[in-house]
Design a protein around this ligand. Structure first.
Ligand SMILES: C[S@@+](CC[C@H](N)C(=O)[O-])C[C@H]1O[C@@H](n2cnc3c(N)ncnc32)[C@H](O)[C@@H]1O
Length: 223
């Protein structure tokens, strides 16, 4: 890393620029993961969260088909594609496409959108990633309940599309762990929580990593 980067950069509060954006800008300028993302051609620093989780838990296995929920701007899909994995991504926002990935636009909470996603997945995923997060309200209870509901929805979607022995990684906020664990335990052989080093210190996020999907009558067999 260059010396210019090592020296902490301060951003002057410009007239008209809210204090929050000045702080955001200062944080971006001084965040080594932001610089690495730019240097390595990733669309977002969150690429490193997935890379760190994979370095430890080896979830991005060759040949896997990945369902990437909350895919925009596309850095997790980039990580998967660089490892040669096929990705079907979904987001309410458009994602600029690239080779090896198919992106759909829509809200995962909408059943019609999940039906479209299931059709594009052609019935099967080996790994479901969910980096989705509802916009924070600042009310801890509301944010926790929303995260729990979204996690529950991802786990029921896994019942329908995830292959036997498949894995799921779901972003949560602090406090949502007990409900998410209770929902995941009957469906997976191993359930744990991970917080990769790239997660910002002040953030309350962590990930549920559920491995070894137990087949149900609904779940598709591995092709
Ligand atoms: C932190 S970003 C994901 C970053 C992405 N993993 C990457 O590495 O580029 C969270 C994304 O989740 C999306 N999202 C949140 N709720 C969603 C929902 N209900 N359905 C689809 N996408 C959703 C947001 O639009 C946002 O783009």
């Amino acid at each position: 890393m260059s010396r210019a980067r090592q020296a902490k950069q301060r951003v002057r509060t410009a007239r008209g620029r809210p204090v929050a954006s000045t702080r955001w800008l200062e944080r971006q300028l001084n965040d080594p993961y932001v610089h690495r993302a730019r240097d390595e051609g990733y669309r977002a620093r969150s690429a490193f969260k997935l890379l760190e989780i994979d370095a430890k838990h080896k979830i991005l296995k060759p040949g896997r088909k990945v369902c990437d929920l909350g895919a925009a701007p596309g850095s997790w899909a980039q990580v998967c594609a660089r490892k040669g994995l096929k990705v079907v991504g979904l987001d309410t926002e458009p994602v600029e496409p690239f080779a090896g990935c198919t992106f759909l636009e829509g809200d995962f909470r909408d059943e019609a959108v999940r039906n479209r996603l299931r059709a594009v997945l052609d019935g099967r995923a080996d790994l479901i990633l969910s980096d989705m997060a509802a916009a924070a309200t600042g009310q801890r209870l509301v944010d926790r309940l929303r995260a729990e509901q979204l996690a529950e929805l991802v786990l029921s979607f896994a019942d329908e599309v995830l292959a036997e022995d498949g894995d799921v990684l779901i972003k949560l906020v602090r406090g949502a762990e007990p409900a998410a664990r209770a929902a995941a335990l009957p469906r997976f052989r191993n359930v744990q929580f991970v917080r990769p080093p790239a997660t910002r210190k002040a953030s309350s996020e962590m990930f549920l990593l559920a491995r070894g999907h137990r087949a149900t009558a609904e779940a598709p067999a591995r092709a």
